[in-house]
Design a protein around this ligand. Structure first.
Ligand code: SF4
Length: 270
């Protein structure tokens, strides 16, 4: 019965065009095609780009400030400026001096030393260059030589605040070495401009570099001092630097002589 049924089915399949009989199991092509899932490729975490901060801006070059006046020869007329007007001219110049890098002394100074005192002063005292104390304090004649100058002034009836004090150089030469000609030349315009603004009745120079800067005179102070000179119509009396009297106390008499000459000059003007 089974064989009959089998033959019947075979005949039926042949009639239907079936010529191959396959088993019940799946042929495997699906298996072959369904490959095991490949391990997931881990997506790397986005790399954080480390962006270097922009370089700091290069420091602006220091402004080169030149002294403002060169040795004009015209006489300076008596000033008609008020105190406020003189201060309005001196204060910006002090800022110019503070920025000045015209000579090598700018590299070693602690600060510039512009000047101190009353812009209405009848006399301007001119020293040579700041020393260590002046460089630290920013004021001329504050060390031992300054104390001696105060004594000389007091003995002559002057008060420090009644005069104006400045130096030929606004910056300290390192180690208190002597000022160099190019330094005096480069700084000269600042001193001249101060004098133009203040327009004192008389000028009293202290030391050979002060008279060298003002009048171009060089030589032994023993020959230069004790005489009356003129700078642009303003009488000038030259004297030793107070530090000279500290080294040579026996010569202090010269200080009184020169101050008396200054007083004679002022009396002659009034
Ligand atoms: S000494 Fe005078 S010229 Fe030289 S850097 Fe100082 S202010 Fe400028």
């Amino acid at each position: 019965m089974v064989d009959t049924l089998g033959h019947y089915l075979l005949d039926y399949y042949r009639t239907c065009g079936v010529d191959v009989v396959c088993g019940e199991e799946a042929g495997g092509w699906l298996v072959a095609r369904s490959r095991p899932a490949e391990p997931a490729v881990e997506t790397p975490a986005p790399v954080k780009r480390v962006v270097a901060p922009p370089p700091p801006p290069a420091p602006a070059p220091a402004p080169v400030v030149r002294p403002v006046s060169r040795s004009p020869q015209a006489p300076i007329p008596p000033s008609t400026l008020t105190l406020e007007e003189k201060l309005a001219r001196l204060q910006p110049m002090a800022q110019q001096v503070a920025q000045c890098r015209s000579c090598v002394l700018a590299k070693t100074r602690t600060q510039t030393v512009f000047g101190v005192g009353s812009p209405m002063a009848p006399v301007v005292f001119i020293g040579e260059a700041p020393g260590q104390d002046e460089d630290l304090q920013g004021e001329p004649f504050v060390g031992p030589a300054g104390k001696l100058l105060n004594n000389i002034l007091a003995g002559s009836g002057y008060r420090r605040e009644d005069i104006y004090i400045a130096n030929a150089l606004k910056c300290r030469p390192p180690g208190n070495r002597e000022p160099q000609p190019d330094e005096i030349h480069l700084c000269q315009g600042f001193l001249f401009r101060q004098l133009e603004i203040i327009a004192p009745k008389a000028i009293f120079t202290l030391g050979r570099y002060a008279i060298l800067s003002l009048l171009g005179m060089s030589g032994a102070m023993g020959h230069i001092r004790g005489k009356r000179y003129t700078w642009r119509g303003i009488p000038v009396v030259a004297s030793y630097h107070p530090s000279y009297y500290l080294r040579t106390p026996s010569r202090k008499k010269a200080a009184w002589e020169d101050i008396l000459l200054l007083q004679d000059v002022l009396d002659g003007l009034s």
